[in-house]
Design a protein around this ligand. Sequence first.
Ligand code: COI
Length: 362
Amino acid sequence: MGNADSPTIKEPARMKIIRTTQSRISEVDFSNLGFGNRVSDHTFEAVYKNGAWGEGIIQPYGPMRHGLGLHALHYGQAVFEGMKAYRQGNGRVAVFRPEANWARLNRSGSRLLIPELPKEIFMESLFELLRVDQAWVPKEEEQALYIRPFLFGSSEFITARPSEEYTFGIVTGPVGAYYSKPVKVKVEDTYTRAASGGVGYTKAAGNYGGAFYASAQAQKEGFNQVLWTDHREHTYLEEAGTMNVAFVINDVLVTPALTDRILAGITRDSILTLCRHWGVAVEERLISVHELEEASANGSLQEAFGMGTAAVVSPIDGIGYKGNLLSVPAPLDGLAMRVKKGLADIRFGRSEDLFGWMQPID
Ligand code: COI
C-alpha cells in the first residue's frame, strides 16, 4: 500500500513574518461558516523575478500592490489549488496530502508556462502560514480550513507574450459544507469545458471562469451544476462543475478514466484508494449518458456522487438530460456516505492514517 506523501518539513521557513495587530477572528460565526466567504488574518506571497524565487512574506490580508496592467488579468497565466487543514480530536492541526497539491500546482503551471515552484517554498510557506493562523482552523465535522495556493503572471505589460514575473500566493479561510444537500446536475450537451490537447486537466483559473456561463444556464433550469461531457459527441461524462464524478452501478464504483480533459482530483484518487482497500470493485473507464439512462431504467444505478476538495463527497440525486430528469437514489447507508465517513475519520484523526495522508503542522 503506497505511502504516497513523505514527512512534513517542520523547520521555520526563511521568510519575513508581519503579524496583524487586529485579528478579525472574533467577527466569524463559526457555527455558520458557509463556503469561501471568509479569509483568515494572514496571507503568504513570494515573487519570481530574473529567474529566481525571492524571499517570501507572511503578512496581514490586504490589497495587492499591482496596477491594472497586471499580466494575469489580461492573458490568464493563472493556476490554483484547493486543499484543506483539519483540527483533529487532540486539538492538533493536520493538512491532507499537501505534496499531491504541490505536484499538481506545478503540472498546471508547467502547461501555462509558469516556472516551477520548488517544493521547499510550497511546504515551508504553507506550514508556517498555518502555524500563524492556526486559531482559524475550525473543529466541527464538515468544517475545515480551506487553503488556496495560487500562481499567476505578475508582470505589468500588455504585449501578448508570457509574463516575466510570477507570484505565488496562499490565502486561507474557514469553511463549512460546500453543498448542504444532494445536488442535481444537468448533462451539458451544448457547451464544452475542455478539448483534447487543451488545459482541461489543469487547475487553470480560466477553466472555472469559462464554466460559469453554462453553470448559470443550468441553475436557471433548477440544477446546481452541469455534468460536463466530451467535446466531440457530448455523450461521455467527464466532470461535474467543481467535482469529479462517480456512479455506483451494480455494486461497482465507476468513474470516468482520467484524460487530458479531466482534472486528476486528489479527493478522487483518495476515494478510489480507500474503496480498493475496502475491496469495493472500482472501474475507471468511459461512461456514456446512455449507459446511465439504461442503468437508471433497469434499477442498477444505485448512487451518483461528486468528489472534490471543496465539495468532499456530494451525493447527486438527479441527472437532467435533454429535458428528462433521471432520479438517482441517495441512500444514507450507501457507498457515498461510507466513503465520506471513511475520509472524515482519517482527516479528523479518528482512524489510522493507513496511507500517510495527514501531515501535522507541529
Ligand atoms: C476545490 O475543490 O478545491 C476546487 O478547486 C473547487 C473550487 C473551485 C471551489
